[in-house]
Design a protein around this ligand. Structure first.
Ligand code: 2AM
Length: 188
């Protein structure tokens, strides 16, 4: 179970923004290595023209906790959440296409192992303990591949893509830019 007993070591340093924005749009996520990005893009190509709005492969990620717009002053506290968290590495098998009707996104997903659920839970509890306000949706482990999908989209199984997850990241969403990895932390 992840806890706050010992500190984990960040594997990347913080990116600071040159503008003086007062809010930052943030989320914690699993950030796939290049080999997994390539395999996801391969599945995207194999399924055909589901939508013209394809998420660029460099933006693929699996959201653990979406924080949305947060006061820029909270960034240090939010990073401390990652510093304090000790989680276990785990393997994900991306083995299915899924669809969110309302958001009209098609995604590749996996059954979450216990360590993945614990990581998402620990981040949520930590963010709540900081008093942050953020939208809560049930955690559905997925990587969005297509947006603006016109239904019907039929979920189906694929040959699993095995992804050994050894770290998690704090990501910033900046309009018209690729997602920015602010910092990543190792999982034990
Ligand atoms: P999506 O890919 O299913 O759209 C950055 O926007 C990430 O946060 C995306 O992965 C997005 O999920 C997710 N996200 C956006 N709004 C969210 C919300 N209100 N609750 C949970 N996740 C959200």
């Amino acid at each position: 179970m992840p806890g706050a007993e010992s500190k984990s070591t960040p594997v990347e340093t913080t990116v600071t923004r040159s503008d003086d924005t007062t809010t930052r749009r943030l989320f914690f996520a699993l950030w796939p290595p290049a080999s997994i990005r390539r395999q996801i893009a391969g599945e995207r190509d194999a399924i055909g023209p589901v939508s013209r709005q394809r998420v660029p492969a460099h933006n693929y990620h699996l959201t653990l906790l979406f924080l949305g717009d947060q006061d820029a002053d909270q960034l240090g506290n939010i990073q401390s959440l990652g510093d304090a968290l000790v989680g276990e590495s785990f393997e994900l098998a991306l083995d299915r296409w899924g669809f969110f009707d309302q958001a009209r996104v098609a995604w590749l997903g996996a059954r979450a192992p216990k360590a993945c659920l614990e990581l998402a839970d620990a981040l949520k509890s930590g963010a709540e303990a900081l008093g942050l306000e953020f939208p809560t949706r049930p955690f559905v482990p997925h990587l969005t591949v297509f947006r603006r999908v016109a239904p019907p989209f039929s979920p189906c199984r694929i040959e699993p893509i095995g992804w050994f997850v050894r770290d998690f990241s704090l990501i910033e969403s900046i309009p018209h830019q690729p997602y920015q990895v602010l910092r990543s932390w190792h999982l034990e």
